[in-house]
Write a protein that binds this ligand. Structure first.
Ligand code: ASP
Ligand code: MG
Length: 472
């Protein structure tokens, strides 16, 4: 059994839908049991969320326009690819009622003047609930027996709206009872990505980009042999090809490396996707819908040994580094604990931590959007130390990025840091902070946003990552 997940651009146009139909038909020839998971058409989730937010602010125009725009967008694909009149009419009615529900929801958001996380999850899942029935119809039009399934009937989650966590036991049960009969009957289930529901049946979402995660959850629930993530690039690359034109596809990468890369902003894979796959030892593959014969990247437990010690370089932008500093911190226990407790109270996620051994400062990196909340919490927490000048200041530094160099073979290989700093030194790029996880499979640097692209190119060169068998 294999699970094929198609991202937004893979279902972004009638041509793309046609391409997906060919890929599924060929998978179906190789494997009796194929499950498809689909994202919303590209751009749709953003339109839905923006319309809902505008509604909360009292603006009804965006949701009315969204309604018409989304109707036209989906009808256009149906018009081109679904020839059967009865099928097309049924789809049209389904789009109508889905979008009418979307409009009603936005209308109540507008009346209330408030958008709750729970309400937003219902609204933002609309895109997948339009795309899945459409894709199922396109598959049928191409001779592949298919039926769409709403993942809220299968994936049971926590009620952490906006990024709910799956509860595997009931999910596995539902997956079997809902999907196995279809599979046994030779039908390809086309499941909505991104969405789930609580035990009580309230709609949730798994977080932006969460359709990858949906596919891995279903794969784990049904013990699939492979989960394929179909996207618009040739797998996981050594760096963003828009920054490094000579970047190349990494043929094989470990779960740990892929997870580090996903965490550090390589947008090919939702970071949580790896987890269910690791637990079940399911192979993951990242493939290109628009170049289906390219082998892409395999994510496996133990990759074949490669000469590359550093495998890939990734960048996260839009960050702030916060430094808590003061001579009075020296040797005082509990400062770090209090600092991170305050950060947690602000609801912020820490991406990197660095402390000099002189203990006169702790620096950590968060998203720029969380800066004000974090600084306010810290100032409250440290009010006494700030007044007594044991702590001089809580200082945010905007306009920085994290550059992460990832590779499991960096562990125990001497000279890695020297190579990185040598390359950056030559280019006169200043490193603001550095951290190495004890996994040693990742070195992270904080540098100024303006230096980011050049730094990535220099490090990519230093490890000769453009060469197919670079000695790394
Ligand atoms: N459509 C959702 C999003 O844009 C989920 C996904 O594409 O994976 O976040
Ligand atoms: Mg995605």
């Amino acid at each position: 059994m294999r699970v094929l997940k198609f991202g937004g651009t893979s279902v972004g146009s009638a041509d793309a839908f046609g391409q997906v139909a060919r890929i599924v038909a060929s998978a179906r020839q190789q494997d009796r049991e194929v499950i498809v998971v689909t994202s919303a058409m590209s751009g749709v989730t953003d339109i839905l969320i923006n319309a809902a937010k505008a509604a909360a602010a009292g603006d009804r125009r965006p949701y009315r326009e969204a309604r018409d725009e989304l109707m036209a967008k989906h009808q256009m694909v149906a018009g081109q690819l679904v020839n059967d009149g009865v099928e097309r009419a049924a789809l049209g009615r389904l789009f109508e009622s889905r979008l009418a529900a979307f409009e009603r929801l936005c209308r109540s958001v507008e009346v209330l003047g408030e958008l709750t996380a729970r309400g937003l999850d219902v609204i933002s899942g609309t895109g997948e609930r339009l795309a899945a029935p459409l894709l199922a119809a396109v598959l049928r039009a191409n001779g592949v027996a298919a039926e769409w399934v709403d993942a809220s009937e299968i994936i049971v989650t926590s009620n952490h709206f906006g990024s709910a966590d799956p509860i595997m036991e009931p999910t596995a049960r539902h997956a079997k009872s809902r999907l196995s009969p279809l599979l046994q009957g030779g039908v390809v289930p086309v499941v909505t990505g991104f969405v789930g529901a609580t035990e009580e049946g309230i709609s949730t979402t798994l977080g932006r980009g969460g359709s990858d995660y949906s596919a891995a959850i279903l794969g784990a629930a049904l013990d699939a042999n492979e989960v394929q993530i179909w996207t618009d690039v040739n797998g996981i690359m050594t760096a963003d090809p828009r920054i490094v034109p000579t970047a190349r596809t990494i043929p094989e990468i470990s779960y740990i490396e892929a997870a580090e890369l996903a965490f550090y902003g390589a947008k090919v894979l939702h970071p949580k996707t790896i987890l269910p796959a690791v637990e079940r030892g399911i192979a993951l593959r990242v493939l290109n819908t628009f170049e289906p014969n390219h082998p892409g990247t395999s994510i496996v437990k133990e990759p074949k040994p490669s000469k590359d010690v550093a495998k890939a370089i990734s960048v996260i932008k839009g960050l702030t580094m916060v430094t808590v500093e003061g001579r009075g911190m020296l040797g005082v226990p509990g400062i770090a604990a209090r600092t991170f407790a305050a950060v947690a109270r602000a609801g912020a996620n820490v991406l990197m931590i660095s402390q000099s051994s002189s203990e006169q400062s702790i620096s950590f990196v968060i998203r720029e959007s969380e800066r004000d909340a974090v600084v306010a919490q810290l100032q409250g927490e440290m009010a006494r130390e700030l007044a007594s000048q044991h702590i001089d200041q809580v200082r945010p530094l905007d306009g920085i990025v994290i550059v992460a160099i990832v590779g499991a073979a960096m562990k125990g290989t001497p000279g890695i840091a020297a190579r990185i700093f040598g390359a950056l030194g030559e280019a006169e790029i200043n490193v603001i902070a550095i951290a190495q996880g004890s996994s040693e499979c990742n070195i992270s640097l904080v540098i100024a946003r303006g230096d980011a692209d050049e730094a990535v190119r220099k490090i990519h060169d230093a490890f000769r990552l453009s060469e197919a068998n670079g000695e790394g």
